[in-house]
Design a protein around this ligand. Sequence first.
Ligand code: ATR
Length: 285
Amino acid sequence: MSEILTEGPRACITGHPVAYSRSPLIHNYWLKLMGLKGHYGRVDTSPEIFPDFVRSLAKNNYVGCNVTLPNKELAYQLADVKTERADRLQAANTLWLENGKLHADNTDIEGFVSNLDERAPGWHAHLDKAVILGAGGAAAAIIQGLLERRATKIVIVNRTVEKAEQLARRFSTLIEVQSFDNVSAALDHASFIVNTTSLGMKGQPPLALNLSHFHHSALVTDIVYVPLITDFLKSAQEQGLKIVDGLGMLLHQAVPGFEHWFGQRPRVTAELRALIEADLFQVKS
Ligand code: ATR
């Protein structure tokens, strides 16, 4: 556990693993930029020790934390006060202390939606067929984001169909489910597609799909951001489709937590993006 002695409030990213998380870079950049006292670190917690860590937040001068895999569901369960979005996902990635109570939110939804609002304004005007590849925790956040932006049709495509069916049932009976074997049919005339699987991530096989059935106005996005432009996004771009990379989701999901912990709302800027991109590039080379 990190024992950095620092002036001002402390926050951190916690989960397992956290060694490669870029969240400290983001939050400490904002702290410095705004001239605020405080520090954002990393604390590795297995599910066994996570509840104790959360119960000792105040004692250790923490005002809250971000929570990553595998502790997001536990974080939700341990909180005293939960936002509607956290309730919807039964999982939390942001915890903060307020009047002695532990509050929980799921800011992945805001991260997803705000990234698209920034990079593809008006993106939600054409959600008449949105296809989500994958059915994990990230897919759940994205379904909620799409429903909040009034998507009229959502299709989940997943290798394990039962997992997609379970996820669909949690949200709406109107969500369709397809296996990866039928991905071409699922993609037919889709106006929006998002990859939430780990395919295409550095060290993983690529996500190879035929995108020729797409509307020329379709928007393609990926939550993978290492590499920044995945092969999937590259091939969409080559087809003339609009693409949005996944880095902005990471940057935007950080905003509400920082505001709760340190009292000021930070901005996602080109300078911050460049800083994180440079760090990602350094690791790649
Ligand atoms: P997260 O919570 O970050 O979304 P996850 O719950 O592990 O992560 O979900 C990973 C997603 O990637 C799942 O939809 C998984 O498919 P399964 O449900 O069939 O496991 C998908 N995925 C991972 N590796 C895959 C592969 N090689 N081919 C197809 N889908 C894959």
